[in-house]
Design a protein around this ligand. Structure first.
Ligand code: E4P
Length: 214
């Protein structure tokens, strides 16, 4: 399973890259706003750092506006994936991007039928938001299982990108289900490393090492 980091924070991206486990980055307008920086600056820095897929979201809501932004974003680098919301115009834009060879990440997916629409439109990735479903007492990971099965039934090339991840168990379940990608907030990525027995084991080894004669 590929690991993307779900952030627009350059420091977080640098650290995830330094760990050597990062395959790509996803951003969205809220994550960019959180940085307090201009989109142009954030985008330029991320694209200079990351060779893997970088999702950058369109902010137009109509087909022609989305296509204008999609073409401009795609021209910024071969690693750009244009993130498009799962609306009627968004699905039409996904089809047009696919026909033009522009990679897409269809976002704000909350149902298997929506995922089916994205695959039929030729999306590169579909982003089902598991955490936001959990937030409304609906099983987010059950949606992932459905989509993985449906895409498998028909051999769709669209990759399942598990989004809105809230905790390490989401990552584990995504891997068990065979999702292609999990986009992980920096905090959760950190949590994947930690186990109390690892911490205690390192402390014991270091303490015992002091007792070894020189
Ligand atoms: C996906 O690509 C989105 O950026 C993200 O996962 C949304 O997560 P949230 O529900 O925590 O905002």
């Amino acid at each position: 399973m590929k690991f993307f980091v779900d952030t627009a924070d350059i420091g977080e991206i640098r650290q995830a890259l330094a760990w050597g486990i990062l395959d790509g980055v996803t951003t969205n307008p809220s994550l960019v706003a959180k940085t307090g920086r201009r989109f142009e600056d954030v985008k330029r820095e991320i694209l200079a750092l990351v060779d893997g897929p970088v999702s950058l979201e369109v902010t137009a809501e109509d087909l022609s506006g989305m296509m204008q932004q999609a073409r401009a974003l795609a021209a910024e680098g071969p690693q750009v994936v244009v993130k498009i919301p799962l609306t009627r115009d968004g699905i039409a834009a996904t089809r047009a991007c696919s026909d033009e060879g522009i990679k897409t990440n269809v976002t704000l997916c909350f149902s298997a039928n929506q995922a089916l629409l994205a695959a039929k439109a030729g999306a590169t990735y579909i982003s089902p938001f598991v955490g936001r479903l959990d937030d409304i007492s609906t099983d987010g990971m059950a949606l992932i299982a459905d989509i993985v099965q449906i895409y498998g039934n028909y051999g769709f090339a669209t990759e399942v990108l598990v989004a809105s991840v809230r905790h390490p168990t989401h990552v584990l379940e995504a891997a068990r289900m065979g999702a292609h990608v999990c986009t992980i907030p920096y905090k959760v990525m950190n949590q994947l490393f930690d186990h109390p027995l690892t911490t205690a084991g390192v402390e014991k080894f270091m303490a015992d090492w002091q007792k070894v004669p020189e």
